[in-house]
Design a protein around this ligand. Structure first.
Ligand SMILES: Cc1cc2nc3c(=O)[nH]c(=O)nc-3n(C[C@H](O)[C@H](O)[C@H](O)COP(=O)(O)OP(=O)(O)OC[C@H]3O[C@@H](n4cnc5c(N)ncnc54)[C@H](O)[C@@H]3O)c2cc1C
Length: 459
């Protein structure tokens, strides 16, 4: 952000064309990268609107950006940029929690607020915002809204979309819109809020967000169930839910993930186990004690050893291990390819054996972890050397779809999954999505080249 002569001048206070800024804002957690012409740090909605207007004059793309923890290249300035290049629109400075309303149980935030900071701030009011991506200490609420982020607690509480009541957003061209309601209910007009949530920054730049919040649960119990067989852990997931218990989290980690975490920095995960489940129950202390007893019984019947975290430190250590899986796998294999497939949870055991068979057939190790309670597995392909895995991914997705699943539970399409989107979405539906994109963004300047495959669908 040096105040030297800039080749491109934006009509806002903070922007940069310094090569180091262009480099730092050119990639995300997908490992993909590109180069913007300029990085902008707006401080207000009006500045965002000015950038949008200027981008239209310059024929430049605008790439909204939160913290760059996205796994599919959504915030990367690449994938078909117009002649004017790209303006990365970083929401880092728009990071205020504007209002905590403990009567109506809502909170109003700017998009750059980091999820974990919001969780802590709300806890001080006895309030609770459930969506908790494993990246919560870095990712922003704006990025969560754009990706419809989930997280371990989605099993009981739902995903970001279930908590967004109202949005302020800026359309390409600079028009400011407000969608949704500030009340628990509201059915006037089309639900533009739900359309914008999960639109991956391709329809509008979100500048304010009103979220629903809940009272903080009275108590939490955390269980660690260690299995000698991966299939048994998948079966435990199905049986726990079938017994009418909905834990707030039901996370799975296979042997390779445990080894990777221990390699990165020992946290005391059991050695020799094939899989573990991290199970958390929340609610009234007596009720969750009874639920925990039933969960322990189910897991033990399937051959698991089960322990309960004795205090907050022990619980936090387990979550540190869980949140450390993705970075640990990166350390093990910097060119890993990570997918976040979902199957109906009754098919988790079948999916796990399909993954085992795929790893054997291709000789590519596959490490899996994730939100097993949602049927959402983070499948990590760990080839010895960097290579094109498109055919393997295609085979993986075929198996997922055959089991009634979907290609992505929470990471979105972005750049990495767009070659595969037609495996799941039909031509008519994809065409409708293109037309919606065109209504919001007729010049194709907002995050272009994302989601939609290059080729036009057949007429
Ligand atoms: C270690 C690790 C663990 C993760 N765990 C989870 C998990 O458990 N659950 C989960 O859902 N995801 C997870 N993710 C993925 C990622 O953290 C989420 O997708 C997150 O929502 C991205 O937020 P961000 O602020 O980093 O957004 P970015 O990566 O900066 O952007 C993501 C997308 O949002 C758009 N965008 C950002 N801000 C705005 C805005 N204000 N208006 C319009 N569009 C915008 C961007 O253009 C881009 O398309 C994980 C990632 C990592 C690296």
């Amino acid at each position: 952000m040096a105040e030297k002569e800039k080749t491109i001048r934006l009509d806002i206070e903070r922007f940069s064309t310094d090569p180091e800024d262009l480099l730092a804002y050119g990639f995300d957690a997908s490992g993909l990268s590109g180069t913007a012409a300029v990085v902008a740090w707006p401080g207000t909605t009006m500045e965002v609107a000015r950038i949008m207007r200027q981008a239209r004059q310059m024929r430049a793309a605008v790439i909204p950006r939160g913290a760059g923890t996205g796994m599919t290249g959504g915030a990367v300035p690449a994938g078909g940029l117009p002649p004017g290049g790209a303006i990365v629109l970083s929401f880092e400075r728009m990071n205020r929690i504007l209002e905590v309303d403990d009567v109506n149980l809502t909170v109003l935030v700017e998009p750059g607020v980091v999820n974990g900071r919001l969780q802590r701030e709300l806890a001080g009011y006895g309030l609770f915002y459930p969506p908790d991506p494993a990246s919560l200490e870095f990712c922003t609420i704006g990025g969560n809204v754009a990706e419809n982020a989930g997280g371990p607690r989605a099993l009981k509480y739902g995903v970001t979309r279930d908590f967004v009541l109202w949005l302020e957003a800026v359309l390409p061209g600079g028009e400011i819109i407000h969608t949704g309601v500030q009340t628990p209910k509201g059915v006037v007009g089309y639900d533009l809020t739900r359309l914008l949530v999960g639109s991956e920054g391709t329809l509008a730049a979100v500048t304010k967000i009103r979220l629903k919040v809940l009272p903080l649960p009275q108590d939490v119990l955390t269980l660690l169930a260690v299995f000698g067989d991966v299939g048994a852990s998948g079966e435990a997931v199905s049986r726990i839910i079938a017994s009418k218990i909905i834990p707030r989290t039901l996370e799975i980690m296979d042997k390779d993930c445990m080894l990777a975490v221990e390699n990165r920095g020992p946290v005391g995960l059991p050695s020799g186990a094939e899989a573990l489940l991290l199970i958390e129950l929340d609610g009234h202390p007596e009720a969750i004690k009874a639920e925990a007893a039933r969960v322990i019984e189910i897991c033990r019947m399937l051959g698991a050893e089960v322990t309960m975290a004795e205090d907050d430190d022990a619980r936090e250590a387990l979550w540190r291990a869980r949140r450390g899986v993705s970075p640990a796998l990166y350390q093990l294999c910097p060119h890993k390819v990570s997918e976040d497939i979902v199957v109906p949870r009754g098919n988790i055991a079948a999916m796990l054996s399909e993954l085992k068979a795929l790893a054997q057939k291709t000789s590519i190790p596959i490490a899996s972890f994730g939100h097993a309670g949602d049927g959402n597995l983070h499948v990590n392909l760990l080839p010895k050397e960097k290579k094109d895995l498109t055919p393997v991914l295609r085979e993986l997705f075929e198996k997922v779809l055959a089991l009634g699943g979907t290609l992505s539970g929470e990471h979105g399409v972005g750049l990495t999954k767009k070659p595969f989107i037609q495996m799941e979405i039909g031509d008519a539906e994809l065409d409708l999505m293109r037309r919606i994109k065109n209504v919001f963004d007729p010049d194709g300047l907002l995050n272009p080249g994302k989601i939609f495959p290059e080729a036009e669908p057949p007429a």
